[in-house]
Design a protein around this ligand. Structure first.
Ligand code: HEM
Length: 283
């Protein structure tokens, strides 16, 4: 996964089918969403040079970015996409990662995200952004933040997001798990993760961690199940005055969560993007 590539629409359509089949077989939806988010989430709106500004440039495929501490465990996501990437050489890596993530949300029962394609690939390890632009789940936080709310704002405002989008995007934790062997968070296993599906173990935020719904907001609100995970950065969504109204609304109204999630996810998927051609959708 080194050389930069250019996307063609007809091949992306084929690629989406292959990705959807793969996701259904391997249950790897959560890690695909995390891979794409960690590619985009390096973005710094104050840096004007591309690809030094970070964002959805496909640079996560390069060492040293893939080895940044925040990306622990994501080599497995690249491995899972390797064959599909080989079979579809007219799909840029930046597009492939976002395609896999958007398709994962859909396959997990979430909303369809009207992603646009034609992203230009960062073409070498020299394009990797310095480590430290992604959020930490617990302190000590960088940039002098002493609590999780300030930390989330430091990181997400730098990408150009606001409070509503921080809360909506956090709802992606309705899927997936944290594992001690990857991020250091979570338990070795819980009653919800001991049998997989896929590789067993870790702590999930929700009981049905392969289903995209608004249960994350309900679980973080009640925090009454010791077998579920709540990071400081999840907990703060109900503690912080600016975040709480959104979290409360999303816990009650799944449609509102889906609508706001789609908007925020779409924006996330286009951070720092340079389009090789006019952007196109797959419909
Ligand atoms: C708000 C700040 C965030 C923090 C501090 C955070 C932190 C974490 C941590 C510590 C893990 C566990 C990783 C592991 O052990 O493998 C994780 C997993 C995950 N994160 Fe986040 N995250 C944040 C935001 C997001 C956003 C914005 C998205 C997507 C839109 C996202 C999607 C995911 C998914 C799907 C997983 C599960 C991965 C898997 O099961 O393989 N996260 N996150």
């Amino acid at each position: 996964m080194t050389q930069a590539r250019t996307s063609r629409k007809e091949e992306l359509v084929e690629c989406k089918k292959a990705v959807a089949d793969h996701l259904k077989k391997t249950h790897c939806m959560p890690i695909m969403i995390r891979l794409a988010w960690h590619d985009s989430g390096t973005y710094d709106k104050n840096v004007k040079d591309w690809p030094k500004c970070g964002g959805a440039t496909g640079s996560i495929r390069f060492y040293p970015e893939i080895e940044h501490a925040a990306n622990a465990g994501l080599t497995a996501a690249l491995e899972l996409l390797k064959k599909i990437a080989e079979d579809h050489e007219h799909v840029s890596y930046a597009d492939l990662f976002q395609l896999a993530s958007g398709t994962a949300v859909e396959v997990a029962g979430g909303p369809k995200i009207p992603l646009r394609f034609g992203r230009k690939d960062a073409d070498g390890p020299e394009s990797v952004v310095p480590e430290g632009n992604l959020p930490a789940g617990a302190g000590p936080y960088p940039l002098g933040a002493t609590e999780a709310g300030k930390h989330l704002r430091d990181v997400f405002y730098r990408m150009g997001f606001g409070d509503k989008e921080i809360v909506a995007l956090s709802g992606a934790h309705t899927l997936g798990r944290a594992k001690p062997s990857r991020s250091g968070f979570g338990k070795e296993q819980t009653k919800y993760t001991k049998d997989g599906p896929g590789t067993p173990g870790g702590s999930s935020w929700t009981p049905e961690w392969l289903k995209f719904d608004n249960s994350y907001f309900k679980e973080v609100q009640s925090q009454d199940d010791p077998d579920l995970l709540v990071l400081e950065t999840d907990h703060v969504l109900y503690k912080d005055q600016g975040f709480r109204p959104f979290a409360e609304k999303y816990a009650k109204d799944e449609k509102l969560f889906f609508d706001d999630y789609v908007e925020a996810h779409l924006k996330l998927s286009e951070l720092g993007v340079q389009w090789e051609t006019d952007p196109f959708t797959l419909d």
